[in-house]
Design a protein around this ligand. Structure first.
Ligand code: PHE
Length: 461
């Protein structure tokens, strides 16, 4: 039998996993949550949510994947020796990433467009703010332009995946992740050192204070649920990604260490992104401006371009910033793309290039519908929302928690305890992991499922 391709090194594996975890959510959602939910207090709660809920699920997915040596589709069925119901559940792990990828690539396309625009100095000092913010609305509603950039971003993702697990995913992550990290650190330094501006009451230092000074009065059940939801989404769990990547991890890798390092990388990056985004917004008086978005696409594609246009050397920073956002989105999109491709290769016996093309076609077609929902299809409603929002809502708020639950319940309740222990300790070799195993087991069996339930219940009410 041909040996299964996997990642070649510990560092490479970490950068691949971190590449999936670090994405748009770290840039456009975490910074806002950090400031809004009490700074240092939020970080503490967020770390608790990660440790108690997300990390056990991540660990379960990695363990299941590596044990089965199958892509997410076949993981559970293989571990249950061909159980029929798990085969059906396997489809969930192909469907969710494929659907998510469809709309993720639309946003990826926007990022490419903003990178191109920043290279063309469209966010230069003489451009009025209203022109910059207005440009976003006209761009997303123009069908051909958005489709062109969408196609470009998806093609880029597809080419990297077609190159394979090592030469594509691992090699590119090793190049892109350090670059992403360095650029974000530089922008954060710039942002935090902006001198006070004439006519603006806030300063960069106010932004830093807002981000970090702990306010425990903001710790409410709502905040905890929001933190848990973000910790879940940010680690890319409940998608089959981590099972698939787990199956590419070497036999000697320490899964617990891998999972902890991935979580730490993800959190550190999110905090740095906060330092890059928030202080600059304070310094230019954008944070208390009700017309300016402080999170989501509005932050990245409207507010920040306006900030860049007012900053000395802002046009250069904009180029680097949008390049970084492309890298963050691309490494996440790669991880989504790999799951359906590996299913087609492994379970449908397709060759990798053919599997990539088929995935490309399906994802592009579905993504086009999502993309057009900002323009010609804006009147079409699903669940009372625009198509794009509905698809995002169903996958992120429903399907991902369900899939995460299936994975962690399988590890905690269906798999034999000894088998799970064996996988996590590399057959007993990792003594330290063996010692904490009872705790990890409790987290997987009870705590993490309860956490998922809480998030789902909260989104219901
Ligand atoms: N983790 C990514 C982020 O924080 C989003 C993502 C979720 C990517 C699921 C892939 C899969 O932006």
């Amino acid at each position: 039998m041909k040996e299964r391709e996997g990642f070649s090194s510990t560092l490479g594996s970490l950068l691949v996993l971190a590449g999936s975890a670090v994405g748009l959510g770290n840039i456009w959602r975490f910074p806002y949550m950090l400031g809004e939910y009490g700074g240092g207090a939020f970080i503490l709660i967020y770390i608790a949510c990660m440790a108690l809920v997300s990390l056990p699920i991540l660990l379960a997915e990695l363990a299941l994947g590596r044990r089965s040596q199958k892509t997410a589709y076949g993981t559970l069925a293989a571990l249950d020796k061909g159980g029929k119901i798990w085969k059906k559940a396997g489809f969930l792990f192909v469907l969710i990433p494929a659907v998510t990828l469809s709309y993720y690539c639309v946003i990826g396309g926007w990022t490419v467009k903003y990178f191109v625009d920043s290279c063309a100095m469209k966010f230069g000092p003489s451009v009025p703010a209203s022109e910059i913010t207005g440009a976003f609305g006209s761009f997303v509603s123009s069908p051909w332009e958005t489709l062109g950039y969408h196609l470009l971003f998806l093609t880029l993702t597809c080419v990297i995946i077609a190159l394979g697990v090592r030469k594509g995913i691992e090699q590119f992550s090793k190049l892109m992740m350090p670059a992403l990290f360095i650029i974000m650190v530089l922008i954060a330094v710039r942002s935090m050192t902006i001198p006070p501006q004439e006519g603006v009451s806030g300063t960069a230092a106010d932004g830093v204070r807002y981000l970090f000074s702990p306010d425990f009065s903001k710790v409410t059940p709502r905040m905890v649920i929001a933190a848990m939801g973000q910790a879940f989404f940010s680690l890319s769990i409940g998608m089959g990604i981590m099972m698939t990547y787990g199956s590419y991890l070497g036999r000697r890798e320490n899964l617990l260490k891998t999972a902890v390092n991935t979580s730490v990388f993800d959190l550190v990056f999110a905090v740095i992104a906060g330092c890059a985004v928030i202080p600059a917004m304070f310094a230019y008086g954008m944070y208390d401006n009700p017309e300016m978005a402080v999170a989501g696409p509005g932050l990245v594609y409207k507010t920040l371009p306006v900030v860049f246009s007012q900053m000395p050397l802002g046009s250069v920073i904009a180029v680097f910033f949008f390049f970084a956002v492309i890298l963050a989105a691309l490494t996440s999109a790669m991880s989504l793309f790999e799951v359906p491709v590996s299913y087609l290769v492994e379970s449908r016996r397709m060759r990798r290039p053919a599997a990539c093309i088929l995935t490309f076609v399906i994802v592009f077609a579905f993504g086009t519908v999502c993309s057009l929902s900002f323009g010609p299809l804006s009147e079409v409603k699903l669940l009372g929302m625009q198509i794009f929002d509905a698809v995002d809502h169903v996958t992120a708020d429903w399907l991902m928690p369900v899939a995460g639950m299936v994975a962690v319940l399988f590890a905690g309740w269906k798999m034999k305890r000894s088998e799970l222990r064996d996988e996590l300790t590399n057959s007993g070799e990792l003594r330290g992991v063996g010692k904490v195993f009872p705790l990890l087991y409790v987290l997987m069996r009870y705590v993490a499922p309860a956490g998922i339930l809480a998030v789902v219940a909260a989104s219901l009410f």
